[in-house]
Every structure is written in structure tokens, then in C-alpha cells.
Design a protein around this ligand. Structure first.
Ligand code: ADP
Length: 260
């Protein structure tokens, strides 16, 4: 805590009081550290694919271009790394747009049927699920209405469904449920996938936090999906939690206010 003090004096310079201003330096320092960590993380995330691209392009220019097979193999790697860069940049832009909108209260919430938004998100994910042999199931109370920004909530649910699919194995089922509990709407995304050890749960919604970096990268993740979900849920005056059993699966649970 930092304090600045000034004596307050009356007309005849007599002391009539004191003004002390306290500054919460701990909070400022914490914000500064978070900002620095974020820049370091972004730089690292971008540097890895760029280094790979540079290496393979140099190898191509150094002579690998002469072999068609080798060229094709290297160019496919370059293509994948460029794709990875564009996913990271798109998610970074999305997160920054959402954070700015949140700060300036720019997102309108309108009463909408939750089931309709959920079904849209499920539609967005069917191709990914089918490709990986995963069944998508919906169990939705059709009557629940919440104050929503439909495109934003759809983005959050799509992120949760994509994770549920990405971290599951073939032949398993991902179920999305929506029901009322204690006067709130609950949206629950359940998978039968690899699950998450308890020690990771408190940090899961931090930017770039991953349990298994290699698996996240291989699945095409930026490490920003859950941070985006957290902000979108906050904009909806909701809460998001996770329950997980390693080896059995995970449930991501969003609770939202209902329109009466
Ligand atoms: P990513 O792009 O890496 O998936 P997210 O922010 O969406 O980033 O998720 C952060 C991390 O949380 C993931 O890297 C993964 O380790 C873990 N995770 C998220 N969803 C699930 C899930 N349904 N099952 C198991 N692990 C998950």
C-alpha cells in the first residue's frame, strides 16, 4: 500500500485536517505482472510456429525443392503451422474484442430461447464430431429463456463442445443438457473423455493454460478457448464451473439468469 499525505490549512494557515490517499500497489503490480506474462506467452506461442516455418522454407530453398515428394511433405508442414498461427491470432482478436466490449458494456442482451442457441452450436460442431467418430446428443428444456447475446453465447458453447470432442476418444458420446435448477438456467456439456486432474482445475480458465500442451496443439487449440468462454459467461451475468474425473470425463457447467 502506498500513501500520499497533504495537510489541509484554513485561511489563516491553521491546520484544519489532513488528506491521505492510499494506492493499492499490490493490485497494480499484479496487473503489471499479468500483462507482462501475457505478452511473453503470446510471443512464445507465435515464435514456435514461425521458427518451424522458417526452418522448412530454408530447407526447401537449400535444395529440397528438387525432390517433389520432400517438397510436398515440407509444404504440408508449413501449411499446418500457418493454420496454427491463424487460429492463435483469430482467438487473440476475439478475446480482445470481447474484453473491450465487456469493459464498455457494448454487448446487448435480449430475451432468447436457450435451446435455439444451443442447437446452433451443436450444428456448428457436427462435422468435427462426425470426423472423429463421436456422437453428439442434446437433452434440452425447450422453454427456458435467458437474457442473451446469441452470437456470443453460441461462440462460448461451440468452444466447450469442440473441447469435449477434441479431448474424447472415438465412439464416445458428448451430451449437452439444458435445464432449470434453483431459479437459474443450467447448460451442461458432458464428455466421456480423458478428464482433468484436480490440481489443474483452478487454472483451467487462464489464457494459454493447458494440461497437455502436445495434445492441445495436435488438436489445433490456441489455449485461449476457455478464457474466451469465461468472459462471455461474465457478460451474461453467469458462472462457469468444471467437474472432472480423470479417465472418466468432464462436465463444463454454465449457469445463467432466467427471464421470468
Ligand atoms: P485449447 O485450445 O488448448 O483446447 P482451452 O482454453 O480451450 O485451450 O482449454 C485449456 C486446456 O484445458 C486444454 O488444453 C486441455 O488441457 C483442457 N481441457 C479443456 N476442455 C477439456 C475437456 N473437455 N476434457 C479434458 N481436458 C480439457
Amino acid at each position: 500500500l502506498q500513501a500520499h499525505g497533504t495537510m489541509l490549512r484554513g485561511m489563516g494557515e491553521e491546520s484544519i485536517g489532513a488528506l491521505v490517499v492510499f494506492n493499492d500497489l499490490t493490485r497494480q503490480r499484479r496487473l503489471e505482472t499479468m500483462r507482462r506474462d501475457f505478452v511473453a506467452n503470446v510471443s512464445h506461442e507465435l515464435k514456435t510456429p514461425i521458427t518451424a516455418i522458417k526452418g522448412f522454407v530454408e530447407t526447401l530453398l537449400d535444395g529440397a525443392l528438387d525432390s517433389r515428394d520432400e517438397s510436398e511433405q515440407f509444404l504440408k508442414i508449413v501449411e499446418r503451422q500457418v493454420e496454427r498461427l491463424s487460429v492463435i491470432i483469430e482467438d487473440l482478436m476475439s478475446l480482445s474484442r470481447i474484453e473491450q466490449g465487456e469493459e464498455h458494456e457494448r454487448f446487448d442482451l435480449e430475451p432468447e430461447k436457450l435451446a435455439e442457441v444451443i442447437s446452433e452450436s451443436v450444428n456448428d460442431c457436427t462435422v468435427l464430431a462426425e470426423g472423429l467418430g463421436i456422437t453428439l446428443k442434446q437433452e434440452l428444456d425447450q422453454d427456458l429463456t435467458s437474457p442473451l447475446n446469441a452470437p456470443l453465447l453460441e461462440q462460448a458453447l461451440t468452444n466447450l463442445l469442440e473441447n469435449a470432442i477434441k479431448y474424447s476418444s472415438t465412439d464416445s458420446t458428448v451430451t449437452i443438457r439444458c435445464y432449470e435448477e434453483d431459479g437459474r438456467a443450467i447448460v451442461r456439456v458432458c464428455d466421456e473423455g480423458c478428464g482433468i486432474e484436480a490440481e489443474h482445475l483452478p487454472r483451467l480458465f487462464e489464457r494459454f493454460y493447458r494440461v497437455d500442451k502436445a495434445r492441445s496443439r495436435q488438436a489445433g487449440g490456441s489455449g485461449l478457448g476457455l478464457a474466451i468462454v469465461k468472459h462471455i459467461v461474465q457478460i451474461h451475468h453467469g458462472r462457469v464451473e468444471v467437474e472432472s474425473t480423470p479417465g472418466k470425463g468432464s462436465d463444463f457447467i454454465i449457469s445463467l439468469p432466467l427471464v421470468s
